[in-house]
Design a binder for this molecule. Structure first.
Ligand code: GLC
Length: 741
């Protein structure tokens, strides 16, 4: 009789059970191993260690390894993982998207879903099964190198966008040609490490984790059924995530019901000994990691021999390993890897970078453009322009424009920064095409983002300025200034960027700044002196085109920031959902002047902020009721009128505040929004429902409760008080939403 596990007629559970019963201890431990294909020659170990997964293994390398796995005793297929985190960027023909931070400025959940659908199709077509995406980290310290990978600073919005992205990746089921497994990472609060220092200590309580950092992951598991979680490098209150049983097993698996598996980040197990010094040796590290609830171990090769020793010594019961193997095998069966999807790849020209996919990328770039300042200069009428001077290091820099993880991974030795050039239109190239269409002259002085004494772009700019009608300055940062273990203590523009801007300003020429950067930078001079400022972060291959369309009014910008900009690095943290109680000047008043004595109260630019060529007027703002009972949702309604002559899209935002609560709660937190297309002169009725659960806080027993009393509901166009209308509702009595286990 053919083995049950090879027979599609049986349920996945029956097939897993049958296969498990046939596996040796060595084969079981091997299934928990994920090794790099391009580092350390671990492809040689496939048969000897019964390896279950490789990462960053693409093309023929993957096919060869999968064939070798098929030829092993049980023929258990490999699962290939890759960082396809804003498109399947490791493949030069794939569609690249704006980074998460850039795309999140669109506030468009449906767009997140469609971007992920495209990425899933193209990733699966190349024989990959699983992306280490999305990132659910909360960006609250701009010094951290990986802000570009996040959806910004608000946990609720992160959860909303991540859930849609996961659904987009995982589609209608993993055993399809257009679906892959998603991976919510880095579990949890990896962006909250002290001083924005990558993988450093995080001093956050469990109560605060459950209040702020875990809700996006809970939504990913419960609402989007994410197939995997990845543990962060760091320690929380002294406990490295990788050995935190409460985090991995009690909450994620038991409370939330994760039915997928948990993978560690790169070398997390080894790091318990070599970097975090919480294990005397790697064997202890393997022991503690398994007991905490990790299922797959990324890139700690010694895990294989050491875990077999632990089992043979009786220190680890094989049932612990079986549980992990079952989770991994279940996903491999669901992916169809034991069946007709084992070697699936598609005809690349029919999938990779096809126009419908590229159209989604252009849409994302356009919707991600955030107009932060406009003194009336924009949109520019090309008929008025005879000469444009383009300056700045990021005007023609594919790497700065596409951002991190666009060129492969340093872990894989697979970096190739020649990728994606033919797909990318830089700001300079877009303006070059426009100059041919509209007949204006264009000059470009790149300048440098590092101090290069021999490169005197300042005098070049001064010589070029006479007769210029408009200067477009593309400034920001580049890949060497951000990314993993690339945190910055200084958020000013580097090199001579600032000097170039000031040279332009001195000439009196109209100045439009395009910020192409991985994160918020401290740019108060630009905010003060530029005539207009458009922020794209890393806006993707169509970022240049999108900026050009905003410049000439071909696109009416609608993007809103999902992360706040500090005036100065010393002003951090400046996230909008701050707490009260700073013992600072005139504190104690509602939203008083709480600030450093040498800094203004407010950030340079705030969460939810973004201008348009349209103007919107809010009216008849109301809630469905002034008094609510426990478990009653709140409906917020209003009219929004576009009083301009230009059709546009407004992102209406709703925030709430628990006015008096037993624990400190944020002065406001986002709880709803709507993207509303409004034609010139049109009025649209908008209704946004706030689920009752959004009113909740976490008490010291880790229960989720809603306390009786007044709540402020705030409605408007940004998180700034001046943009919000405040309504008050009252909850009649306390309510326990969820009791902690
Ligand atoms: C990296 C990153 C993680 C990535 C993994 C695999 O070090 O921290 O985000 O998915 O290793 O490349």
């Amino acid at each position: 009789m053919s083995e049950i596990y090879k027979n599609e007629q049986y349920s996945i559970q029956e097939r897993v059970c049958d296969l498990l019963s046939r596996m040796t201890i060595e084969e079981k431990v091997g299934q928990l191993m994920q090794l790099p294909a391009h580092f350390g020659g671990f492809t040689d170990k496939l048969e000897e260690w019964h390896v279950g997964s490789y990462l960053h293994c693409t093309g023929d390398d993957a096919t060869t390894l999968q064939q070798r796995a098929a030829n092993t005793r049980l023929g258990i297929p490999l699962i290939f993982g890759i960082d396809a985190i804003h498109g399947h960027c490791f493949d030069n023909h794939a569609t690249v998207f704006p980074t998460q931070l850039s795309a999140s400025s669109s506030w468009d959940k449906d767009l997140m879903y469609r971007m992920a659908r495209v990425t899933a199709k193209e990733t699966r077509a190349t024989g990959q099964h699983w992306t280490f995406s999305p990132v659910l980290c909360v960006a609250r310290d701009a010094r951290w190198g990986r802000i570009n990978e996040t959806y910004g600073e608000d946990p609720w919005l992160i959860g909303e966008m991540a859930a849609e992205t996961i659904k987009g990746y995982q589609g209608d089921g993993p055993n399809r040609e257009d679906s892959i497994l998603a991976c919510a990472k880095h579990y949890v609060a990896y962006g909250e490490t002290l001083g924005g220092r990558d993988s450093y200590e995080c001093d956050t309580s469990r109560r605060k984790l459950l209040s702020l950092f875990m809700p996006p992951f809970e939504k990913a598991v419960k609402e989007a059924n994410v197939a995997s979680l990845m543990t962060g490098y760091h320690a929380i209150d002294g406990v490295p995530c990788t050995v935190d049983k409460w985090l991995l097993t009690d909450v994620a698996k038991t409370d939330w019901g994760l039915d997928g598996f948990i993978v560690t980040d790169w070398e997390n197990v080894r790091s318990l000994h070599t970097k975090q010094y919480v294990c005397e040796n790697e064997k202890e590290a393997c022991y503690r990691s398994l007991l905490a609830g990790n299922d797959m171990i990324m890139s700690t090769p010694e895990f294989y021999p050491l875990t077999i020793e632990l089992i043979n010594e009786g220190r680890i019961d094989i049932s612990v390993v079986d549980t992990a193997v079952e989770r991994i095998l279940t996903k491999k069966f669901e992916l169809g890897l034991f069946d007709d999807m084992r070697f699936f790849t598609a005809e690349k020209s029919s999938v990779m970078g096809i126009k419908p996919h590229l159209d989604v990328s252009l849409e994302a770039s356009l919707k991600s453009m955030v107009l932060l300042k406009n003194n009336g200069l924009l949109p520019v009428d090309s008929a008025d322009i005879k000469k444009i001077l383009v300056v700045g290091p990021n005007a023609h820099d594919v790497i700065a424009q596409l951002g991190d993880w666009s060129f492969g991974s340093m872990q894989a030795g697979a970096t190739n920064d020649t990728y994606h050039r033919d797909q990318t239109t830089t700001v300079f190239q877009a303006l070059q095409k426009a100059s041919q269409v509209h007949g204006f002259e264009l000059e470009f002085i790149k300048g440098s983002d590092c101090v290069d004494e021999n490169f005197d772009e300042i005098s070049q700019i001064e010589q070029a300025l006479p007769g210029v009608d408009l200067v477009v300055a593309c400034v920001g940062d580049t890949l060497s200034q951000n990314g993993e273990f690339h945190d910055r203590a200084d958020l000013n523009l580097s090199g001579k960027q600032q000097a170039m801007l000031e040279a332009v300003k001195a000439s009196g020429s109209p100045l439009v700044v395009a910020l192409i950067a991985s994160k918020p930078l401290s740019i108060p001079w630009i905010a003060e002196n530029a005539d207009a400022l458009v922020c794209g972060f890393n806006p993707g291959p169509y970022g240049g085109e999108a900026f050009k369309q905003v410049l000439f009014g071909e696109h009416n910008p609608s993007g809103k920031l999902t992360v706040s900009f500090p005036v100065h690095v010393g002003q951090l943290p400046v996230y909008y959902n701050k707490y009260v109680g700073w013992h600072a000047q005139s504190s104690g008043q509602l939203n008083g002047e709480e600030r450093y004595i040498d800094m203004p109260k407010d950030p340079l630019f705030s969460f939810g902020e973004g201008l348009s060529y349209s103007q919107y007027v809010y009216s008849t703002i109301r809630t469905s009721r002034q008094t609510i009972e426990p478990n009653q949702d709140i409906s917020v309604s209003m009219n929004v009128t576009n009083t301009s002559q230009v059709d546009g899209t407004e992102i209406v935002q709703v925030y709430l505040r628990d006015l008096y609560s037993s624990y400190t709660t944020p002065v406001k937190k986002l709880c709803g929004f709507a993207r509303v297309d409004i034609k010139a002169g049109e009025t649209r009725a908008v209704d946004i429902t706030i689920p009752f659960e959004e009113l909740a806080l976490i008490d010291s027993s880790l229960n989720k409760v809603v306390e009786a009393g007044d709540f402020h509901i705030m409605v408007g166009s940004s998180s700034k008080d001046c943009d919000l209308t405040v309504l008050t509702i009252n909850l009649t009595k306390d309510c326990v939403v969820m009791k902690s286990n």
